[in-house]
Design a protein around this ligand. Structure first.
Ligand code: ADP
Ligand code: MG
Ligand code: ZN
Length: 628
């Protein structure tokens, strides 16, 4: 936005400049056409008076408010023929008018025309204004861009970069699927509305609430809902905006923010991404970040500086509570931590209900079915999903969203845009074998999630896709399940290998192999699922938090490292030979499924299982338990 304004201005100025000269030019050429200039010769005022006395003047046209006149008079030098002259008059003289009238001269006056002189003057004044105004504007704009030229001139004065909303218009009803968080925050609303109730019994009202949860789970929405329910203003700023290139700016922003908030209490201060400022102090390699520390110190000072009952409640959001400075989490600061987790199937249904309120759904739509299809989706994902479905519906010129659009939208949110299918060719056959390879393992290995559909319609980066119905319970995964996933992921390569031979295998399995390696490695190093025994040898693979994790990571010897590699290899090798064996044993049905897939482009899970069951026994998968 900012940038585009600057661009507009940068273009607009030269255009104005050029336009101005044309404009000026246009008017001066206009002026040449006006009557006064058709008189080519000039006559002195004295001569004009003489002529007037001599009764030679027949007509006078006054211009420019009486300062110029075109005079028609009989010229004695050319046989008294009528001739026109231009005469400059010494201002608007009433006596002259009287004399002209007395001499019975035809008199006319022309108003100041809105061109020429006036416009010239205006233009001359206007242009510098435009130029100066434009430059000023440009300058001010650029000073908003971090590092722009204006920055250095007013740093320290600190631009208030926080937002204030008098009414957020969000209510608790708009937030769904995170009931516990809502219940805890209900209390905060009461603090804001009826502080007496707490202060009367000597209770200290909490100052800070920390919302912890992954992106899109509704933390911002919750904070807004609190302010909406309590009917108090909502101040918000993002932690990253505190961190500036000039030392001291962040701290002065914090001061400004709290000053404004105190003037508007009771109110909510919402600090998004607080980890940007609130990271452990002194944790950076090479001496920490002074600016961030100052900002954090200022924040702590401000939080200590007001009494608990001033009616200001600070809500902060982060997705990593573990990196926060412990001083922030002390009692009297952010002493309440509320987890905002991705919703379970029931929560997803509630969130879908909220977002379906303003959408037109066909009767056939089952929000329950959508909730079941979308494990792992956050509130933001679900909102996006329904919106995509609505867009698709409009594009298809239907008047209500049907299941077809929802399905397409889920696929799109999960795997990206649909591409055009390949024409029948050798590579299409190879992709078909690869996908059927994944799907047949998904069907024949008991611990694997069931196949939902196999398709050759490309999406995102993938040329073909096999979709599995994920089980709801994702938090605890058994050894058998991980092994099943490894085999399933190897199924694509195994099929290529068995059908087309070792030398024909393709790069298509690259992604699969990455996942396989990661899963196998975690089995060994994190979950104690290998012959190395129940040891945790590595932390979860989060980003290394510089300065803290880097220096004291769990270390293991070279010898252990090579044993880890050996175990990983063993797991992958065993799974791969099992996957190959499944391909060899089921060659007939695989060929049939590939032919069908090439013909139909998509086979759904039920049909797939039905065909496989004509050739071999398909193990029963556990029923999907849904607690709606
Ligand atoms: P966060 O701040 O946790 O990253 P947001 O609050 O910004 O997530 O959520 C983004 C959008 O997703 C919201 O505006 C809302 O439309 C939708 N959303 C997220 N969580 C929920 C929820 N629990 N209930 C209803 N809508 C939600
Ligand atoms: Mg947010
Ligand atoms: Zn694959």
């Amino acid at each position: 936005m900012k940038l585009s304004w600057r661009v507009v201005l940068l273009w607009a100025l030269p255009i104005l400049l050029i336009g101005f000269f044309f404009w000026q030019g246009a008017f001066s050429s206009n002026a040449a056409d006006t009557g006064r200039n058709t008189a080519s010769t000039r006559m002195t005022y004295g001569r004009f008076l003489d002529y007037l006395d001599a009764g030679r003047v027949t007509a006078v046209d006054l211009y420019d408010g009486g300062r110029t006149a075109i005079v028609e008079a009989a010229d004695p030098q050319i046989d008294n023929r009528l001739q026109r002259w231009r005469v400059d008059l010494p201002g608007n003289t009433p006596e002259l008018i009287t004399r002209l009238k007395a001499a019975d001269v035809s008199l006319d006056s022309h108003p100041i025309r809105n061109d020429g002189a006036l416009w010239g003057i205006l233009g001359n004044l206007l242009f510098p204004f435009l130029l100066i105004g434009g430059l000023f504007f440009l300058f001010r704009r650029s000073s908003n861009v971090p590092g722009g030229p204006g920055q250095a001139m007013n740093f320290g004065k600190s631009k208030a970069r926080f937002m204030m909303e008098a009414k957020t218009g969000v209510m608790f009803d708009d937030v769904a699927g995170i009931e516990e968080a809502k219940e805890e925050l209900q209390e905060v609303v009461t603090f804001l509305k009826k502080p007496e109730r707490f202060t009367a019994v000597g209770a200290r009202i909490p100052k800070g609430v920390l919302l912890v949860g992954p992106p899109g789970t509704g933390k911002t929405l919750l904070a807004k809902a609190i302010s909406g329910e309590a009917g108090v203003p909502f101040f918000s700023i993002s932690g990253s905006e505190f961190v500036e290139m000039f030392v001291g700016v962040g701290a002065s922003r914090v001061r400004d923010l709290f000053k404004k908030a105190k003037e508007n209490a009771p109110c909510i201060i919402f600090i998004d991404e607080i980890d940007a400022v609130g990271r452990q102090r002194g944790a950076g390699i090479g001496g920490g970040n002074d600016e961030r520390e100052q900002t954090l110190n200022q924040l702590l000072t401000e939080m200590d500086g007001f009494e608990g009952n001033t009616g200001i409640i600070i809500i902060a959001a982060t997705n990593r509570a573990d990196v926060l400075d412990s001083a922030l989490l002390r009692p009297g600061r952010f002493d309440r931590q509320i987890m905002v987790d991705p919703p379970d199937v029931k929560g997803r249904l509630e969130i879908l209900n909220v977002h379906a309120r303003n959408k037109k759904l066909a009767d056939e739509i089952s929000l329950e079915a959508i909730a079941r299809r979308t494990p792992g989706f956050t509130g933001a994902d679900l909102a996006n999903l329904l919106n995509e479905a609505a867009i698709l519906t409009a594009r298809r010129r239907k008047d209500a969203i049907t299941m077809a659009e929802v399905d397409a939208a889920v696929d799109r949110v999960v795997a990206g845009m649909e591409g055009t299918p390949l024409v029948d060719s050798k590579s299409k056959r190879l992709i078909a074998y690869h996908e059927v390879g994944h799907a047949i393992i998904g069907t024949l290995v008991k611990a694997h999630d069931p196949v939902q559909k196999v398709t050759l319609i490309p999406r995102g980066q993938a040329q073909g896709l096999t979709w599995f119905t994920p089980s709801e319970e994702q938090s605890l995964i058994s050894r058998a399940q991980i092994l099943a996933r490894i085999k399933g992921a190897l199924g694509g390569r195994a099929a290529e290998d068995v059908i087309f031979g070792d030398s024909e295998v393709t790069t298509g399995a690259g992604n699969d192999l990455q996942q396989v390696t990661a899963m196998a490695r975690q089995m060994v190093t994190r979950f104690g699922m290998s012959d190395l025994g129940p040891l945790s040898l590595e932390d979860s693979q989060g980003e290394v938090f510089l300065g803290r994790d880097w220096l004291n990571r769990s270390e293991y010897s070279e010898q252990i490292a090579s044993r880890i590699d050996g175990q990983v290899r063993l797991i992958v090798d065993r799974c791969y030979s099992e996957a190959r064996q499944i391909m060899i044993d089921n060659r007939v049905v695989i060929d049939r499924l590939v032919d069908l897939l090439i013909e139909k482009e998509t086979i759904d899970g039920d049909e797939f299982r039905q065909i496989v069951s004509e050739y071999t026994t398909v193990p029963e998968k556990e029923e999907l338990v849904s607690q709606i």
